[in-house]
Design a protein around this ligand. Structure first.
Ligand code: 4NP
Length: 149
């Protein structure tokens, strides 16, 4: 299964989501390929924000080799599931969907773990927000594996 994690810049939240879910899937011998992208193009080609890299490393994950890319309509052809970090990302992804099959692939990432529509807060302007984002995505990844494996 191919899974795409999507935020705005693809440097803070979705690189963490990619790293966390990929590690958990590997641990469970699931043949899942997890990637990430941003709805915006501002940071294309960049490594994850150093604050995301640090919080990942503190939990034993090295995400430093990731490079930001922009979400494109053709990604609907490559991925089985697309997880948006917040409702703004969710709407921007849906706006590129070509049909109902595309729309069915798109989920708000915290909806499974929280049971309601809740956003992963954008930590870009908040140095202290990264551990909280990590914890939210860690729980969300467990829920994704329960639901889709
Ligand atoms: P992300 O965070 O969407 O979690 O990667 C952001 C990174 C950069 C910007 C906004 C959000 N930016 O405006 O440059």
């Amino acid at each position: 299964m191919k899974i795409l994690m999507v935020c705005l810049g693809n440097i803070c939240r979705s690189p963490l989501a990619e790293g966390i879910l990929q590690a958990k899937a590997n641990d469970q011998d699931l043949e899942w390929q997890v990637a990430s992208a941003g709805t915006g193009a501002y940071h294309v080609g960049e490594a994850p924000d150093i604050r995301s890299q640090k919080v990942a490393l503190a939990h034993g994950l090295d995400i430093s080799a990731q490079r930001a890319q922009q979400f494109k309509r053709k990604d609907f052809e490559s991925y089985d599931l697309v997880f948006a970090m917040d409702q703004s990302n969710y709407q921007n992804i849906l706006a590129l969907a070509r049909n109902e099959q595309d729309r069915q692939k798109v989920h708000l990432i915290l909806e499974l773990s929280k049971g309601k529509k809740e956003d992963v807060p954008d930590p870009y302007w908040n140095d202290n927000g990264f551990e909280h984002v990590y914890q939210l995505l860690d729980k969300a990844s467990d829920s994704i594996i329960q639901r889709f494996s």
